[in-house]
Design a binder for this molecule. Sequence first.
Ligand SMILES: Nc1ncnc2c1ncn2[C@@H]1O[C@H](COP(=O)(O)OP(=O)(O)OP(=O)(O)O)[C@@H](O)[C@H]1O
Ligand SMILES: [Mg+2]
Length: 454
Amino acid sequence: MASILIVEDDNTLRQVLINLLTGQGYRVSSAACGKEAESALKNDIFELVLTDLCLGDTSGLDILNASKRLHPETEVIIMTAFGSVKTAVEAMQNGAWDYITKPFKHDELLLKVSKALERIELRNEVRLLRQEVAHQFGFDNIIGNSKIITDLKKIAGRISNSDIAVLITGESGTGKELFAKVLHHHSARRKKGFVPINCSAIPESLLESELFGHIKGAFTSAVTNRRGLFEEAEGGTLFLDEIGDLPYSTQAKLLRVLQEKEIRPVGGNSTRSIDVRIIAATNSDLGQKVENGQFREDLFYRLNVMPLHVPPLRERPEDIPLLAEYCLRKIRGEYGRNEVTLTADSVDMLLRHNWPGNVRELENTLKRALALSSGDSISREDIIFISPQRTKLTVEPAEPVSKRSLLENQKIQILKSLEANNWNYSMTADQLGIGRTTLWRKVRKFNLKQPEAV
Ligand SMILES: Nc1ncnc2c1ncn2[C@@H]1O[C@H](COP(=O)(O)OP(=O)(O)OP(=O)(O)O)[C@@H](O)[C@H]1O
Ligand SMILES: [Mg+2]
């Protein structure tokens, strides 16, 4: 329950207020003069201070100032006598939340009190959310103790608070976006947005309006003015994902924006200055694209002031056990199976895979393994590797085994999954990450049959 400090020198009114607010369930303290109020403010924290404007020894304005100095988060409502509204307005300018003129109805006061408290609650929620998000993108959430990841984290830590342009490269699923978010959340820009845009997912014709916004009437479907992502990221970070797929024509425009730090909405003739940090990422070889004439060299140098290369998982196998533990911890909670762990055998199997889809593939493999597993551990039989194209079902042996046992293994996987999904082909295919036709073919090949219903 919120706690409220009442500062009122009129004994009768003070007692009325105490009764009224206590009756609503608030925690109420009171002070009869400025001195008492100041000592209460020093010894306790209140959500709300309700103070009279004219006190014997001080003015409500002094209480307001003391409160704001000691606890800027605390809201203050001023009670004033009829005729001193001017001072009340002054109080609002000094940070009071609201004022109320005496005499007032109880309901009127209660409404103002609950409005103020509502706002405090909202603000706290926003703060908690922010902390939660920041917590999610701390350096501790980049898992791995290989030398390369440790070094990358150090470099990222050193550049996070500068506005230097960063180009993150690496294969799909290596954690490029994770690094970008961590950089943002460790910069002074964290209070503003992290705005991602996938340059390969947006048609060329819409990309410019998406980035820079447009003016009503700029093209047929532009029925209103629209802010672009640069403006949305104002004060924050714009994450240009798959930058290698940015059309050549847009590259020149982006370069100009980065050089001049201003944007011109499509169809507009005035420019707006912008303050945005750019982090770009790509899984293609941009240097090669520059050589082939597909990517502008000048833009490449603009974006690539600080290169960060995240190596594929197969080049840092020592990170696999830690990452597997971390991913499993995340996933098993979601499925309400907190007891599930990985057997030594299954970790060994994970270590032998070459992970073309990197950490994302590891996450998906563990999700599948969790679904296939029964009991409280994930064993080797629960682990199925699926190539990123989602076409091939392969069961990789941890040690050389005969072809027969390999097939046998696969058969068991499929049977398990079919049973888990009540022989629903779509769901089973989905769970195994293979196409329905592939599943159908395998079922025929292995001659799998649904047991007769009893
Ligand atoms: N070192 C790591 N520690 C913890 N989680 C990681 C790590 N690397 C990647 N991940 C997780 O793996 C998944 C894929 O990472 P992310 O999306 O950052 O990859 P990406 O390089 O941007 O991939 P793509 O090129 O396919 O977009 C995310 O869920 C991310 O949180
Ligand atoms: Mg990505």
